[in-house]
Write a protein that binds this ligand. Structure first.
Ligand SMILES: *Cc1c(COP(=O)(O)O)cnc(C)c1O
Length: 398
């Protein structure tokens, strides 16, 4: 049965000896036995012919298991260093599956800057089932420990977290979680396993909106989950098959294809982000740049310890005398759009877009101001991205 956590066979063990960039290309995907095709075929099928009843079949129905999805699932499990991977129809479907491990009366700790959709699904959906949440500034480990009560069952954190790139110490959070018998869950969307591997830092579950850097081309919506042990693998497999929010074969193929170039894309994203961050910081029309690569950025050292790069997302604030709405009307190559992590540069206005659901006083308190601009730095020529941002800033002068 495909719900079982896959045993590591010798072929997979041999692949584990390969370097990370080789595994991006070779892990998970087994060569097609019929044709030798080097890419995983798109098994666009809902069901599979069985020889007789009560047989021990590997594939029976595509909600339960599909070979294209399975190639992706073993690939992400390998890259994150877990025992099994699971692919879902979106990042939110992945988060919903993981939260479905909780029971009525349980409570989950989430960070102040948590992804808006995670906050919404807890506040407006899981709330109906008696599952609670506590919002905590997870930069402050004492506050995390103080927030743990008799009903706390899990921590679900992100580092860096949107839109101020807040850093959380993932090893310390996992240690605190385990000391109190909680599950440690990390949303690793912003970093990808190329830069940060939360399971190696002690987390039990890592999840992704694969819509972002893993897919990398803004052409697929998907979510991934990887777990650190067999017991969790069996539980998530059961939830995935029971609730059914699975990723289709074509989208699974697109993700496998996208992940092959993750290393080269992230290297270029990093180069461009570093260039943009330095130049924006030197621009008198910009009052502040939020980017974990700066040595004086809060959490810089923690991030440097737990990740192999500063991250490629950043936010900046326009100085007094510059009008944010005009800035957003004035970019040319760089599009105003939700989402991030694609090859193309995108800007968004957290106060009215990604974080609009948070009340204004709360937004102002944490620093999500009207002049705050979030930038997903793409892999275009860095000079072109900077020139476009700079001309839009000039146009925004009141
Ligand atoms: C986008 C995003 C999600 C939600 O993923 P979808 O694929 O849009 O459902 C979750 N967490 C983070 C950090 C994200 O950026």
């Amino acid at each position: 049965m495909t719900q079982e956590a896959p045993e590591k066979d010798t072929e997979q063990s041999a692949k584990q000896l390969l370097g990370f960039e080789s595994r991006l290309i070779h892990a998970g995907t087994t060569t097609d036995p019929y044709t030798g095709s080097v890419n995983v075929p798109i098994y666009q099928t809902s069901t599979y012919r069985q020889e007789h009843i009560r047989g021990d079949v590997k594939w029976e129905y595509s909600r339960t298991g599909n070979p294209t999805r399975a190639a992706l699932e073993s690939l992400i499990a390998d890259l994150e260093g877990g025992v099994a991977g699971f692919a879902f129809g979106s990042g939110m479907a992945a988060i919903t599956a993981v939260l479905s491990l909780l029971h009525a009366g349980d409570e989950v700790i989430i960070p102040t800057n948590v992804y808006g959709g995670t906050y919404r699904v807890l506040a407006k959906v899981f709330d109906h089932f008696g599952i609670g949440y506590k919002v905590v500034d997870t930069q402050d480990l004492t506050a995390v420990e103080a927030a743990i009560g008799p009903h706390t069952a899990a921590t679900l954190v992100e580092s860096p977290a949107n839109p101020l790139m807040t850093i959380t110490d993932l090893a310390a959070i996992s240690q605190i979680a385990h000391k109190h018998g909680l599950l440690s869950i990390v949303d690793n969307t912003f970093m990808t396993p190329y830069l940060q591997r939360p399971l190696e830092l002690g987390a039990d579950i890592v999840l992704h909106s694969a819509t972002k850097y893993l897919g990398g081309h803004s052409d697929v919506v998907a979510g991934l989950v990887v777990v650190s042990n067999k017991e969790l693998a069996q539980k998530i497999a059961f939830i995935q098959n029971s609730t059914g929010g699975v990723l289709g074969p074509f989208d699974s193929f697109l993700l496998v294809r996208g992940i092959k170039t993750l290393g080269v894309r992230m290297d270029r994203h990093l180069e461009n982000a570093s260039y943009l961050a330095q130049h924006l910081r030197d621009n008198p029309a910009v009052s502040r740049v939020y980017w974990p690569g700066f040595e004086d950025f809060p959490g810089h050292d923690v991030n440097a310890r737990q990740a192999s790069g500063p991250g490629v997302m950043m936010s900046f604030e326009l100085a007094e005398g510059y009008d944010a709405p005009t800035f957003f009307r004035s970019t040319r190559m760089v599009a105003l759009a939700e989402s991030l992590g694609g090859v193309e540069s995108l800007v968004c206005h957290p106060a009215s877009m990604t974080h609009a659901a948070i009340p204004k006083e709360e937004r102002d308190r944490v620093g999500i101001t009207e002049g705050l601009i979030r930038l997903s730095v793409g892999i275009e020529d860095k000079e072109d991205i900077l020139a476009d941002i700079e001309q839009a800033i000039q146009a925004a002068r009141k």
